[in-house]
Design a protein around this ligand. Structure first.
Ligand code: UTP
Length: 430
């Protein structure tokens, strides 16, 4: 994006900013059944962006394939989690629309850095959750050269330039050849999300139903920004076009501005989960749409020409150019903000454990808290000292839980009933 023009910046209007938690039950149920109806007709696709190099996490394997240690399955990764949610949705759609044959094509974007391991892993994952590789379309994004801080190419070996994936906005060019197949399949709506959010409600029927009902062509999921200095980009309007203003770009007076209710005016914190119609996706995948490149200072492995050894730097030493997935927002004609609760739907895996936030243990913690919230809604309270993880194969968002439900706790699968008996002191309202 160009430099923002601050006197032209305004929040998204109230009527296009939907707060999921404020929806009444009737509306929520309407959206849910509309969303499941679209799924039952095979009209919803899920696109996961999984081409990033995860330099902050620093793992050898791709982020989506790492075991989270929940004990829910033998694969137990973020990919497993997402596949299980998809499998559950298919079941729910079939239950609501028994005469249908629901499908959710799952599109997985990989890169040179993640492709091979991801493919191998997905074969195990689909088997684990009862999907088929036929339901998955894996596509690769492009790689582009990296530079050092003096603007020179970096070498990966004596005969090759160091390259990196072209950012999650590389998805559009990478999807271009896949669009005809998706049209043939009859996919009309897409949920696009990052691989790293353990709480991601993949292809959330509430969202899908809402955007269909409100005839949006594009939507961005947000969480409420409550602290003006929080480092999250905000969705807003600039001269009537939607854009994400990055936290480094927003001036203090705008960041701190509050509305009559005391909330931050620019509170639509973008969490990189989006919705597009086929029509919108087709438009922004066209070659004529050129997205800007953003500069990211990252750790770029390079060859030491004295030793011919690959050096893996511990600090950022180079520049990757990245396109951002949200830079297509200005092309939206009927945009919608979909605000969700952070503790229910957003807990990303970004960092190594020592950072203490957005790491594996915080993902596990937040999923445990979410599972307990679901149980509590069903009248089941379990003591806090052991983690409790509910398989997404059994519940997508807390539905269908009872004492018969099996959960993972300390790596062992047990029925909730067993846990309640073991902890005679627990309170059980059911
Ligand atoms: P991040 O910006 O967090 O990047 O990506 P990352 O690669 O996961 O981690 P760092 O910044 O190197 O530590 C957000 C999402 O976009 C995807 C990632 O896989 C993640 O799901 N992504 C990022 C891509 O698919 N391709 C890219 O080129 C970059």
């Amino acid at each position: 994006m160009g430099n923002p023009c601050f006197d032209q910046i305004s929040p998204i209007s109230h009527d296009r900013h939907i707060v999921k938690a404020d929806l009444d039950l009737e509306t929520k149920n309407k959206y849910w059944s509309l969303g499941l109806k679209a799924i039952s007709r095979g009209e919803v696709g899920a696109i996961v962006m999984a081409g990033g190099q995860a330099t902050r996490l620093g793992a050898v394997e791709p982020k989506g394939t790492l075991s989270l240690g929940l004990g829910l399955s033998s694969t137990d990764s973020l990919f497993w989690h997402q596949a299980a949610r998809i499998a559950r949705l298919l079941k729910l759609a079939k239950k609501m629309y028994p005469d249908s044959s629901p499908t959710i094509p799952w599109l997985v974007m990989t890169s040179d850095s993640t492709g091979e391991e991801t493919r191998k892993h997905l074969i195990k994952v689909v088997k684990d959750v009862g999907l088929s590789m036929d339901d998955i379309i894996i596509f690769d994004q492009a790689e582009i050269p990296c530079f050092d801080f003096n603007g020179k190419f970096m070498l990966r070996s004596r005969s090759s330039i160091a390259t990196a994936p072209d950012g999650n906005g590389g998805m559009y060019a990478a999807l271009r050849p896949v669009i005809p197949k998706l049209k043939d399949l009859g996919v009309k709506y897409f949920h696009v999300y990052c691989v790293d959010n353990i709480l991601c409600r993949v292809a959330d029927p509430h969202l899908i139903g809402c955007v269909i009902d409100m005839d949006a062509d594009c939507a961005g999921t947000t969480v409420e920004k409550t602290n003006p200095s929080e480092s999250v980009g905000v969705v807003c309007l600039e001269s009537g076009h939607v854009r994400v203003l990055e936290y480094s770009e927003i001036p203090k007076e705008l960041a701190e501005k509050r509305d009559p209710n005391g909330k931050l005016s620019f509170r639509a914190g973008s969490v990189a989960m989006h919705y597009f119609t086929m029509e919108f996706l087709e438009k922004v995948c066209d070659e004529s749409v050129r997205l800007p490149f953003h500069v990211a200072k990252k750790k770029v492995p390079y060859v030491d020409l004295n030793t011919d050894q690959l050096v893996k730097p511990t600090e950022p030493n180079g520049i990757k150019l990245e396109q951002f997935v949200f830079d297509v927002f200005p092309h939206a004609k009927r945009f919608l903000v979909w605000e969700v609760l952070r503790n229910e739907e957003f807990s990303p895996l970004k960092n190594a454990e020592h950072v203490g936030r957005d790491c594996v243990s915080t993902c596990r913690r937040d999923f445990d808290v979410e599972c307990r919230r679901w149980l509590s809604h069903s009248g089941i309270e379990l003591p806090k000292h052991n983690p409790v993880y509910i398989s997404p194969l059994d519940s997508y968002e807390g539905e269908g839980l009872s004492e018969d439900t099996r959960v993972a706790t300390n790596g062992i699968i047990k029925e909730i009933r067993e846990l309640l008996i073991e902890n005679g002191d627990v309170h059980n309202n059911s």
